[in-house]
Design a protein around this ligand. Structure first.
Ligand code: TRP
Length: 449
């Protein structure tokens, strides 16, 4: 009877929402989203991004959850079970590989959050002007091994949580801390909007110039949407397999998309008014966040304490995301290769660390780690986020729409008829026709350019 008893799972509805939102909300919202928006013309990017998130994000997310819960298996195992003796498991393998790649460069930036906690505690921003804070940031990059050590610490932290398993690990950490991040972002947003010259930043964020929507902007917004929602590589297949049969998958998907998008928007409202006010260029990339935020705290009553809290929360947001990246890899190794969870975690962390060193060291001046004119860091980011995730997402919706099919989809989203799920038909239509087409068009158009 209870043959599934040994499989780990989430304890409650809020558990899956918290874990999926924890995976989604991270550096992608607070660090990568402002970077991409700044580099892609501001408000025009935001519009495309919102369209991606609503029209593609929800259907892809729901497809992943359905595939995961229906198969009760990891990213690779799911396709093996649902489509035996076909090439479909390749989608899962690509996901596992992509998980490695993302974890490798993501842990670099995650490591910075730890460095910045130390900087905040030692009060090293106070009284400094922008030029000095910018100089400190690039000096830090040039201390390559310092980056690597923080990165290693972060990978170990992630490994520690995943080591302990789903229910004790992932769920517990995500539940309490994400709402706190929301609160501090709101406080920061208010401060940012009331700085002198903040209007220009708000207009950059919200006043679209449609002529700026190019093929590159579409590809970047697509990539950012998938990245921010943790889609296209099987995170939500894996998490979906831990979800109880009585949970409502549709409302889970809606909640996660809403929460993730709110945090990204708030991050934009925090960063851009302040950046314009201080004179940080919107195209400043990494510095956009890591330099603007400390400047912002310098202008705030109680900035010292808030700054520490902010970087601690940012580190935790990053952690709940890296947990999901590692979980995909570990679930695969454990279930498909029959290795104990603990050993699988150690292997995956060691391999990530190896790759990650190149990402970190590629950000130094005069680094040898350049591929086709990009730093290894940027190359890993580009290939995983802008190529592998959309490709994976496209294949996932095709799998859902054409292989697994409507009946199974309806069964899962209605919990075998127990829920109404009024949007199921329209969502399935998007999954079957619109989503694959839209992703393919953006993708091919981007490749040609
Ligand atoms: N979504 C996370 C963020 O915004 C990053 C992340 C975690 C991710 N797991 C993922 C991105 C899986 C793509 C795929 O920070």
């Amino acid at each position: 009877m209870e043959e599934k008893k040994k499989r780990d799972g989430f304890g409650s509805k809020i558990g899956i929402i918290a874990a999926a939102a924890g995976s989604a909300i991270g550096l992608g919202n607070i660090y990568r989203f402002p970077c991409e928006l700044g580099n892609n013309g501001g408000a025009a990017f935001l519009l495309v991004y919102l369209a991606v998130v609503i029209f593609l994000g929800i259907p892809v997310m729901l497809s992943e959850l359905v595939i995961g819960r229906h198969s009760q298996s990891n990213a690779v195992g799911a396709f093996k079970k649902l489509a035996p003796k076909t090439a479909w498991p390749i989608v899962g393998y690509m996901g596992v590989l992509c998980g490695f790649l993302i974890f490798a460069f993501y842990s670099t930036v995650s490591g910075w959050t730890l460095e910045y906690i130390v900087k905040a505690v030692s009060n090293s921003f106070s009284g400094k002007d922008l030029a000095t804070i910018e100089q400190d940031f690039s000096d830090f990059h040039n201390m390559g091994w310092r980056n690597v050590i923080w990165q290693a610490v972060f990978i170990l932290l992630t490994g520690f949580v995943v080591f302990k398993g789903v229910q004790n690990g992932i769920e517990k950490y995500a539940k309490i801390l994400m709402p706190l991040l929301l609160v501090i972002l709101i406080v920061l947003g208010v401060r940012s909007m009331t700085l002198p010259g903040a209007k220009a930043g708000l207009s950059f964020l919200f006043n679209p110039d449609f002529s700026k929507i190019t093929g590159k902007v579409l590809v970047s917004a697509l990539g950012q949407g998938f990245f921010s929602l943790s889609l296209g590589m099987g995170v939500l297949i894996t998490y979906g397999s831990y979800v109880k049969k009585s949970d409502n998958l549709t409302s889970t998907a809606f909640s996660v998309v809403l929460a993730d998008t709110m945090i990204a928007l708030l991050a934009g409202i925090v960063i851009f008014p302040a950046a314009f006010s201080f004179g940080v260029r919107p195209t400043a990339g990494m510095g956009l966040v890591f330099n603007t935020i400390p400047m912002l705290f310098n202008q705030m009553a109680g900035g010292y304490v808030f700054c520490i809290i902010f970087f601690v929360l940012l580190a935790i947001a990053a952690l709940t995301s890296t947990i999901s990246l590692l979980e995909v890899v570990v679930a695969y190794i454990t279930e498909q290769l029959h290795v104990k969870r603990q050993l699988a975690t150690v292997i995956a962390c060691a391999a990530t660390m190896f790759l990650g060193v190149f990402a970190s060291l590629s950000l130094m001046e005069n680094t040898p780690f350049i591929i086709a004119g990009k730093t290894v860091f940027d190359a890993m980011d580009f290939i995983s986020s802008n190529v592998m995730l959309p490709l994976g997402g496209m294949l996932i919706v095709i799998f859902m729409g054409w292989r697994l099919g409507k009946t199974k989809f309806f069964e899962e989203v209605t919990n075998e008829g127990k829920l109404k799920s009024p949007l199921k038909a329209i969502i399935f239509f998007i999954i079957r026709y619109l989503a694959p087409l839209a992703i393919a068009v953006v993708f091919i158009n981007g490749l040609i350019k």
